[in-house]
Design a protein. Sequence first.
Length: 90
Amino acid sequence: MRMHARHFVRVLAVAASIGISGCMVQAIGAPFFQDQAQTQDYSKNKTYQQGVREGKDDKAHNRDHSKKRHFKKDEDQKAYEAGYQNGHGN
């Protein structure tokens, strides 16, 4: 019986260490993936430019994202939001 308890404790310790190290790797890697997504150049994108214009207009009139735009393509939505945030000064 004592051997089963030792074996169980060892298995539990290994499983816990694998779980902790897996979380650490994921937490360390997350900022690198975020930076990659935000460095995309949308400056020539029409929806980005639209976002910049609307962001500047909302900033000038002291509004907070007055027009909620939704685009069919995720890439257009990301470009618009990036442009809006840039134009609004966030």
